[in-house]
Design a protein around this ligand. Structure first.
Ligand code: FEO
Ligand code: CA
Ligand code: CA
Length: 563
């Protein structure tokens, strides 16, 4: 157990006291709902480095005592006061923490000089084509270049130059209120579901109320880059990578030195993107790479019936991306990247999540979680199942093995679900065992040996007769599409991370929202909340709530995992 919600990150971090939480304490402790996990070696070491972790969102009913009533068998949460809202804001964002492996055991280095918490209040800069645009200006920031915080950081990435990239995914949920009548952003916000109103932050912070700050939602939904080597650096929202419900930001250096980032937009019927930097990566001069993410080309994918993928550029002035169609500049294109994809006719996918380039076999793996709303009429070759409950994985081969190519080929690696149920149409290899199959692929990783590892979101006793977990999936030769269970999370949780250290000797996994639910598990059979939790993982103490946590998995006696 490496890091749990509330664990100390600094010498002055208050001890975790779940009954007496404060925003100040939370801002000095490990945040909630760990999702992306990245490792940045210090001095090239696989045993000593910085762990970077996203804290995607908060589950009030699991976090706070005394706020839940059960009404008609369902959890009802009392309205939030400002303190609770501010704790939630401090539990969001990310953690940067030094970790070391001594004698085969990992521990956080609380004295680490680079340790840092990033929250929904951290000062950030907006850079790239949308920086300073009128559509990003607010009363607190008439420059349109400065923003407070990052939210709903789902997956992410570590760049070749060792910065940490945090994806802003479901930002729509944080906004309340109504836009003024006839407001110019109405259609833009409708396309991304703003305001959805899951959180009550806007009752205490005007910027999350669109009736008071109508442009604030345009300042979220970006990719945030953090220079982890300077704990005082100002994170930058890199608008060149587009604004949508960003999932991950895994990257690879192309043949010519440009850097390619693969980006998913996690919504039913949304798109797969990639960003290719204009400049090239300089391995000998870290500083020379620090603004690579401000210039480049954003592409959206069209998967055709014949197995070809075309990467269509989202460039102002090209094709239909013109003023006549409401795109007056590149700023408009990136702010409304989804609509730009719409007018270009990109392929509407079954919830694109993590996308992983594999430098060993030269392929790219696209996790498509599910889409039960797809009808028979909406089926296409790349999204071949109507009411797709279990998701699938697409394998892309870029033209001439060049990750920066504007075209390539694709095939379905795997349709997920129970292979024994014919109507599901799953395509795991026949070598896959009863516990070996899974549904709902979400995050993924490739280890140093080039093997694909897939973690899931949405398996449950009811959905698939299993919890979420981490599976190893063969991609090569006769074993292709064989899946094996490696790790399983507690009830109610989703499996995030995963990540392998460069020596393949440690797998880090992030157990997100454990105990969120319990109704469909016969061992519990009722709603789960702070006072009555379906699991008290990982402490299993009566006075300690369930805690999302990052787990380090090593082999007994040491050595590479899975060998
Ligand atoms: Fe935050 Fe799409 O998972
Ligand atoms: Ca996810
Ligand atoms: Ca993911």
């Amino acid at each position: 157990m490496l890091l749990r919600w509330g664990d100390a990150l600094f010498p002055d971090s208050p001890a975790f006291d779940p009954a007496n939480q404060t925003p100040e304490a939370q801002a000095r402790q490990f945040g909630y709902n760990n999702d992306y996990v990245g490792y940045i070696p210090l001095d090239g070491s696989a045993k000593h480095g910085l762990l970077v972790v996203n804290h995607e969102y908060t589950n009030e009913h699991l976090m706070f005592p005394g706020i839940v009533k059960i009404v008609d068998g369902k959890v009802e949460v009392a309205p939030a006061d400002k303190t609770r809202v501010d704790i939630e804001m401090a539990a969001h964002g990310g953690t940067i923490v030094e970790i070391v492996n001594e004698g085969g055991k990992w521990r956080p280095v609380v004295e680490g000089k680079l340790n840092r918490r990033i929250t929904a209040d951290t000062e950030m800069l907006i850079t790239g084509p949308a920086a300073g645009h009128d559509r990003l200006k607010t009363s607190a920031d008439p420059s349109g270049t400065k923003v407070l915080g990052t939210i709903n950081n789902c997956a992410g990435g570590v760049t070749p130059w060792g910065t940490y990239v945090m994806a802003e995914e479901n930002f729509h949920g944080y906004f309340i209120g109504e836009l003024p009548e006839g407001h110019a952003e109405a259609a833009n916000y409708k396309r991304v579901g703003v305001p959805e109103g899951s959180y009550q932050w806007g009752n205490f912070h005007d910027r999350f109320d669109v009736s008071k700050e109508p442009n604030e939602p345009n300042r979220f939904g970006w990719m945030v880059e953090v220079d982890v080597m300077d704990p005082n650096s100002v994170p930058k929202k890199r608008t060149a990578l587009g604004r949508f419900k960003h999932e991950g930001a895994e990257s690879i250096v192309a043949k010519d030195g440009r850097v390619v980032f693969y980006l998913g937009d996690d919504e039913r019927f949304d798109y797969v993107y990639k960003f290719v930097t204009a400049g090239t990566y300089n391995a000998d001069d870290r500083a020379a790479n620090m603004d690579l993410l401000d210039e480049g080309t954003l592409y959206v994918a069209k998967f055709d019936e014949g197995g070809k993928v075309t990467w269509m550029p989202l460039v102002h002035g090209e094709g239909p991306l013109t003023a006549e169609n409401g795109f007056a500049s590149q700023a408009d294109v990136v702010i409304e990247a989804r609509r730009a994809g719409d007018v270009l006719g990109a392929t509407k996918m079954d919830r694109p999540e993590d996308i992983q380039p594999n430098g060993v076999n030269g392929k790219v793996y696209v996790m498509l979680t599910n889409n039960t709303k797809r009808t028979d009429e909406q089926v296409d070759a790349a999204n071949p199942r109507a009411k797709n409950a279990f998701g699938h994985i697409i394998e892309i081969t870029e033209a001439e093995g060049d990750f920066a190519a504007t075209a390539g080929t694709w095939e379905v690696l795997l349709k997920c679900g129970d292979p024994e149920v014919a109507e599901v149409g799953a395509t795991f290899s026949t070598e896959t065992t009863k516990n070996g199959w899974f549904g709902m692929p979400d995050n993924c990783a490739v280890d140093a040996a080039g093997r694909l590892w897939v973690s899931t979101d949405g398996n449950s006793p009811k959905a698939t007769g299993r919890t979420d977990g981490l599976w190893a999936v063969d991609t090569e030769g006769d074993a292709r599409a064989t899946s094996k269970l490696f790790f399983r999370v507690p009830i109610g949780a989703e499996m995030c991370g995963p990540l392998f250290t460069p020596d393949d000797e440690t797998a880090f996994v992030a157990v997100q929202h454990p105990a969120d639910g319990g109704e469909d598990w016969e061992g519990f059979g009722r709603p789960s909340y702070y006072e009555d939790l379906s699991t008290r993982w990982p402490d299993f103490k009566d006075d300690m709530p369930v805690r999302p946590a990052v787990v380090a998995i090593t082999k007994q006696g040491g050595g590479k995992i899975g060998v």
